[in-house]
Design a protein around this ligand. Structure first.
Ligand SMILES: [Zn+2]
Length: 1046
């Protein structure tokens, strides 16, 4: 146990004690939230990405910049139709130095202190995005991003040595579009001269624990595209900058490496880990972020910042701080210059000892600082002048300079050292004993699901926009647009959004932005479906199908069900729709009757129609449904608690109603497994620590969770198309365990909430699976929905852990799956959103499904996590798979793909007019001429500009992961005539975020102590045949011509 209880590290810059050289920071007093203002979803921001033209090649010599300027359509040379043009470039020999040529001079024989003036602008937290941008509600938090940018630009102009780093492009682009041409010219020059540098460059600084890799890539693409189009290669960030996210995933580092970043800086890591690293001089390392991708593809130089992202104690010269400014007038009673200089020199020397080179970095800024930039710069000017004067006066060996993260990195690279290698991740994060930031893995589960569902919806919207071409944007239903949802989704990736760590009114505003983004996508999808099907229907989107509400299907006697499948392979999908008390006839796209069922939901006595839809790859099938007269559905309840199909059998304990046994009939595996719901009573602080459980922190009051109920009231529903056990545990916790024909997993649809807190206890509810599997302390979780990491209870791979919280300290992010295995059998649970999960005993695994807390955890949000409004009540699904270990990946990879890219159901009354008189309507369509192999995921298909599509193809298996079906082998694909709706006339391969042509992209090389890394081989696109290796994602810009009739 630690003797010292370190102070908490709140999210705001908060340093209580004054150092020898200055005063204390003041912490802005959080006030009360106010209802959200306007947002970015679809209004002001639309113009930011615009249809600003293609990512063309710009002739800029060795910088290898990818196009930044709009080329008007008229000026572009005509493309030879039906032929492919390939972009083949040799590596530009000096490309490696691009972005570093404007760096300041250093003194190689001295300790160089790189001052990095920066601001950290949360895209929503205590205030909404718009409130932060405009500086509204300053009584809640003094913060106005528009003023920060105004003020910084003026200050940069005042002195050419000053530098500044900006990060959040959602704010910057909004500000940019409000500037005059003259100001824009000034800013372009500042960027060109390296005085204003962009770091990271995503739309937001995304969270790493609750995010899915697809959404991370999308949000980075959006921000980096703005920079590329606005500033060309001058504005292209060279470093990733995640100074605030609460722990760091390995997949994030892998994605950054594949986006072309040279280095990665962050501020938060476990306090024990940091201590060990400081001693071992391992604050800087090369992170090898993939087990599958060949080094150095996913290698990323990673630097832990010395003081999180705050300035050193006593040296904060913002209007939000109270430290004393430099007073050089010796006659003044406030004279402090000498003392401050002495303090600084000691600070710099001490800090320098924790790092390996003659360079060290100081982050001079914090949350929403620089609204009055002059305060900061005036004092930094003096600091630099006075400290450097000591070189002459006293032979000081400390050299201070204005710098940027990229310029600091550049010096590290030039130091030419050999660096150690890290292969695990930085989860979970603790900022002190008993202070594990593992609660936010599950906070606001309704928002987390809405975000994941919106990812699914956006991909469908993007694909239909790509397949239908211009007809999707302008059509019979109005103007369709995918941009608002794309931007809203990007905002949701922010580290206070999908994490659930914002105030309630801000969380409501995030949901509003998503909701407003859905509308123009619905218009787009209607236009596209009318175009592709040839029929103008009155399309309806039922957003509340998960709670069995859809006015059209509940009232109409006949209707159409259009099922769109965003996967690259055909899918068999069980459609479930709320209907009235009748029997229905369902016909497939060819007019043949298909089996259907109407089942009664025991809890509500309402009915749902079920039928299985077969939908081709990247396409749709239209089913028609009509009521049959004079029949009502038969009640089909039974009492023997077994459900079974051709692959699986699940047995329930007749006494308790709990699941007790799962059998994989195909592989002859039988596993006794008990599943039940429990809750941890949230700590409100105790004699070990005053730390309470809150939006960020998970801290149960005791190790053992309490039963929600030891038994469940059950109903068995058996029909030909579904078998369900309905379990009612309590007034606020129920579950349906479900099996459809042909389904190889057991579906557990849980409903939890509103969590009662009348007993005065905050509650954190888990679903736990207990088996007798001998798992040896190990379990496995995914990293952002992609590669799998091994976890060991009470253990960290790189230091000897002193475990202070046996539950919370073993929680890890689960973005899509968690599993345990005894080496023979594997029990996997797939989730429908990000959750926290663990295995606290051998054979057991648990997922936190909901939490409601009565105390704030003192990390700045200043509100208990009480989930007001619709977030009180949450429904979700866990899919349980039982497999042999060697074949488990084939099942969970493909099922996870089906979950995140689930079919979209659109409804219509039918009988619409023809879209074009001369073309007969069609009831089935596929955008692909050939299905993709199972190991290949179509990760992105989206409009880039009027004639170009963004295409990402991904190998979704890891090396050696699948022994049964050969899924882990490389796959070769021919893109010629792959798509039916358009022809690709030109193909250019880019880096992962599509802001650089791959042939031009180059990264700094680092030497590691694991031996030589092969020189990165330059990828050359030589034909339309591409090969994907395990876990590889390839990104293309494809010029296309759409087929006339879709
Ligand atoms: Zn932040």
């Amino acid at each position: 146990m630690d003797q010292v209880t370190p102070r908490a590290h709140p999210r705001l810059c908060l340093l209580a004690k004054s150092g020898s050289g200055g005063g204390a920071f003041t912490r802005p007093q959080p006030g009360r939230g106010t209802p959200g203002g306007g947002g970015c979803g679809g209004r002001g921001c639309r113009a930011m990405v615009g249809d600003a033209g293609p990512l063309g090649v710009r002739a800029v010599g060795c910088q290898g910049a990818v196009g930044s300027r709009t080329i008007s359509r008229a000026l572009r040379p005509p493309l030879p139709p039906l032929s492919f043009l390939f972009v083949l470039f040799l590596a530009a020999p000096c490309a490696w130095a691009a972005g570093y040529k404007t760096c300041p001079k250093v003194k190689p024989d001295m300790l160089n202190v790189h001052l990095v003036p920066h601001t950290h602008d949360d895209v929503g937290w205590l205030k909404t995005v718009d409130q932060y941008f405009y500086g509204i509600n300053n009584n809640v938090q003094q913060a106005g991003v528009q003023y920060i940018l105004d003020s910084v630009i003026s200050s940069l102009l005042a002195d050419p040595t000053r530098r500044f780093v900006y990060v959040e492009i959602t704010f910057f682009s909004r500000w940019w579009h409000q500037q005059t041409n003259a100001t824009q010219k000034i800013v372009r020059d500042l960027v060109h001269e390296g005085r204003l540098e962009f770091a990271n460059g995503g739309w937001v600084m995304n969270d790493e624990a609750a995010t899915h890799y697809g959404a991370i890539i999308d949000q980075m693409t959006l921000g980096l595209r703005f920079l590329e189009e606005t500033f060309g290669s001058d504005g292209r960030p060279r470093v990733a900058w995640h100074i605030d996210p609460f722990g760091h995933s390995r997949e994030q580092a892998s994605l950054f490496a594949q986006m072309g970043f040279d280095g990665f800086f962050f501020g938060r890591l476990d306090y024990q880990d940091k201590r060990v690293r400081e001693k071992a001089l391992q604050m800087e390392q090369v992170w090898r972020a993939s087990d599958s991708l060949k080094p150095p593809t996913a290698d990323l130089f990673t630097s832990v910042l010395p003081n999180m992202y705050n300035p050193p104690e006593g040296l904060c010269w913002d209007m939000l701080c109270a430290d004393k400014p430099f007073v050089e007038d010796t006659r003044s009673p406030e004279y402090n210059a000498e003392e401050l200089v002495r303090y600084f020199l000691k600070l710099a020397t001490d800090q320098g000892k924790l790092y390996r080179t003659k360079h060290t970095v100081m982050t001079m800024g914090s949350d929403f600082q620089y609204e009055n930039a002059n305060m900061w710069f005036k004092n930094l000017d003096k600091l630099i002048q006075l400290v450097n004067a000591q070189q002459q006066a006293n032979g000081s060996r400390v050299n201070v300079l204005y710098s940027t993260p990229a310029c600091y990195l550049w010096e590290l690279n030039k130091a030419n050292l050999s660096w150690s290698v890290k292969k695990d991740d930085f989860f979970p994060y603790a900022d002190g004993p008993h202070m594990f930031w593992t609660g936010y893995f599950s906070s606001r589960p309704a928002l987390k699901r809405y975000e994941r569902l919106s990812y699914n919806f956006l991909q469908v919207c993007n694909q239909l926009e790509a397949l239908a071409g211009p007809a999707a944007n302008v059509g019979p239903y109005g103007s369709g647009d995918s941009a608002p949802l794309n931007e809203a989704m990007a905002v949701l990736q922010h580290h206070d959004a999908v994490t659930g760590t914002s105030r309630q009114h801000v969380a409501d505003d995030y949901a509003r932005q998503l909701s407003e983004g859905w509308r123009p996508c619905e218009v787009l999808m209607s236009n596209a479906l009318a175009h592709l099907s040839g029929s103008k229907e009155d399309f309806a989107f039922c957003r509340k199908l998960n709670i069995s509400i859809c006015p059209l299907t509940q009232t109409a006697e006949r209707f159409q069900v259009i099922v769109y499948n965003p996967l690259g392979r055909k899918v068999d999908w069980m459609v479930r729709l709320p209907v009235s008390k009748h029997v229905y006839l369902v016909r497939d796209p060819g007019g043949k009757t298909v089996p259907s069922d109407v089942v009664t939901i025991p809890s509500s006595d309402s009915q749902e129609l079920l039928f299985s839809a077969l939908v081709p790859a990247l396409g749709f099938s239209i089913y028609s449904v009509s009521q049959m007269p004079d029949q009502s559905p038969q009640k089909s309840w039974s009492s023997v608690l077994v459900i079974q199909n051709e692959y699986l059998r699940a047995r329930f304990d007749p006494d308790t109603g709990l699941l007790m046994e799962l059998e994989n009939l195909e592989q002859n595996l039988l596993l006794p497994v008990r599943q039940a719901f429990y809750w941890y009573n949230a700590s409100t602080g105790n004699n070990l620590s005053s730390q309470a459980s809150g939006a960020y922190i998970f801290r149960p009051n005791q190790k053992k969770p309490l039963f929600v109920s030891r038994w469940a009231q059950t109903h068995l529903v058996k029909a030909s198309l579904v078998q369900e056990v309905h379990q009612n545990f309590s007034a606020w916790c129920s579950q349906v365990v479900r099996l459809y024909p042909g389904q190889r997993h057991l579906e557990l649809e849980w409903t939890v909430g509103p969590i009662p807190v009348g007993d005065g206890w905050g509650k954190e509810v888990i679903s736990r699976f207990d088996t007798a599997l001998a798992t040896g302390g190990l379990f496995y979780t995914d990293s952002n929905g992609r590669e799998i990491l091994e976890r060991r209870r009470d253990y960290r791979p790189t230091w000897k852990l002193n475990q202070t919280e046996p539950v919370a300290g073993n929680y890890y992010p689960v973005n899509s799956r968690i599993y345990i295995t005894d080496g023979n059998m594997q029990l996997t649970v797939l989730t429908d959103r990000s959750q926290g999960g663990s295995s606290l005993r051998d054979g057991s695994l648990e997922l936190m499904v909901h939490r409601r807390l009565l105390k704030d955890d003192e990390r700045g949000v200043g509100e208990p996590l009480n989930n007001e409004g619709s977030g009180l009540w949450v429904r979700g699904r866990h899919l349980v798979l039982l497999d042999k270990m060697g074949t488990a990946a084939a099942r969970h990879r493909l099922q996870a793909e089906r979950e995140v890219l689930a079919p979209q159901v659109v409804l219509a009354r039918g009988g619409g007019a023809r879209y074009r008189l001369e073309v007969a309507p069609r009831t089935q369509f596929s955008g692909l001429r050939r299905e993709l192999p199972p190991s290949v995921r179509l990760l992105t298909l989206a409009r880039w500009d009027p004639e170009t599509l963004l295409l990402r193809l991904e190998h979704q298996f890891a090396v050696g992961e699948d022994s049964g079906h050969n899924m882990s082998s490389p796959v070769t694909l021919d893109l010629t005539n792959l798509f039916s709706a358009f022809t690709i006339t030109r193909l250019r391969e880019t880096t992962l975020a599509a802001n650089q042509l791959l042939a031009y992209a180059s990264r700094l090389q680092w030497t590691t102590d694991t031996g030589p890394t092969p020189h990165p081989s330059r990828s050359r696109l030589v034909s339309t045949t591409i090969t994907l290796h395990p876990m590889e994602i390839r990104t293309f810009l494809a010029s296309v011509q759409w087929e006339e009739d879709g």
